[in-house]
Design a protein around this ligand. Structure first.
Ligand SMILES: CC(C)(COP(=O)(O)OP(=O)(O)OC[C@H]1O[C@@H](n2cnc3c(N)ncnc32)[C@H](O)[C@@H]1OP(=O)(O)O)[C@@H](O)C(=O)NCCC(=O)NCCS
Length: 260
């Protein structure tokens, strides 16, 4: 990688200042994440002539086959629109391809700042220019009138695999507010439940987050777990769309939502 090097803990302050040049809340969330991880795993600093101008990186979701998410990706506000973002993203995408990446995802908000306007519009433009396609838009995700847009990009040709359905029973084991959102909730779950999930189990979850003043619930499941969709729809959830080939070629991640 020409302009990227692995981020170190001594870079955190500078990187948080770069993120803060765009958005204070993102800077706070990113700093908490870097500190929580006890380091800066899989984050990369973008440097030109020894000067730190940006940050990017990736994370690997559990249970997936060569799937990657882009993590915090920023160029210092004063240095934007000079081609650095395109170059930095080109380098990290090539690096992830080199690691054997099959599919790469990234999420962006459509937030419109009262003073600065659509602060993520350049990112959305650039991602699409580089070959990402919009796969899902979750309306009112981060807050009312602030959507989450998820884009995906293939890094390898698709393989045809024999997909077996997973008939294990989903069981919910808790509810939590989704990070970076205002009152959007999700349910945690495991897939070794003792009995098939029933509409009543889903209602228990809906009531639990209603008591927390939730605005919405967002859930997602592998498409080869076939027992979950019918009770979810019956309980009032609707299907958004799917992240294609998320778990492996032929196994999508199906997304569902419920608005109060
Ligand atoms: C996204 C970001 C990294 C791009 O960095 P950059 O150095 O400005 O990138 P480049 O100069 O290579 O390219 C910017 C592109 O955005 C376009 N652009 C700039 N402002 C735009 C706007 N308001 N709407 C649409 N496109 C815009 C430019 O025309 C350019 O595209 P082009 O090369 O096709 O002409 C930078 O803007 C940034 O840090 N943004 C805030 C953080 C962010 O949104 N991160 C991603 C989500 S976590």
């Amino acid at each position: 990688m020409k302009n990227l090097r692995e981020m170190e803990t001594s870079d955190i302050e500078k990187i948080v200042a770069i993120i803060d040049s765009h958005d204070e809340d993102d800077a706070e969330a990113a700093e908490a994440g870097y500190r929580e991880m006890g380091g800066t795993y899989d984050s990369y600093v973008y440097e030109v002539n020894g000067e730190t101008l940006g940050v990017t990186g990736y994370s690997i979701p559990p249970g997936c086959e060569q799937t990657y998410w882009l993590s915090w990706t920023y160029i210092d506000e004063e240095q934007t629109n000079k081609g650095h973002g395109r170059k930095m993203l080109g380098e990290i995408i090539a690096h992830i391809k080199g690691l054997g990446g099959r599919k790469l995802f990234v999420k962006v908000s459509d937030y419109i700042d009262p003073e600065d306007g659509a602060i993520y519009a350049a990112a959305l433009h650039l991602y699409q220019e580089l070959g990402f396609e919009i796969e899902i838009t979750h309306k009112d995700f981060y807050d009312e009138d602030e959507a989450q847009i998820i884009l995906g990009m293939r890094l390898k040709d698709k393989e045809t695999l024999d997909i077996e359905n997973d008939d294990n029973n989903i069981q919910f084991d808790g509810v939590f507010e989704i990070s970076e959102t205002e009152k959007a909730y999700s349910f945690s779950w495991h897939d070794e439940g003792e009995y098939p999930l029933e509409i009543e189990d889903i209602r228990v979850g809906i009531n639990a987050v209603y008591d927390e003043d939730a605005r919405a619930i967002f859930l997602s499941f592998p498409s080869n777990i076939t027992t979950i969709e019918a009770p979810l729809l019956e309980a009032g959830f609707r299907k958004t769309n799917a992240l294609k080939d998320y778990y492996d070629d032929g196994i999508d991640e199906n997304h569902y939502f419920f608005y109060f």
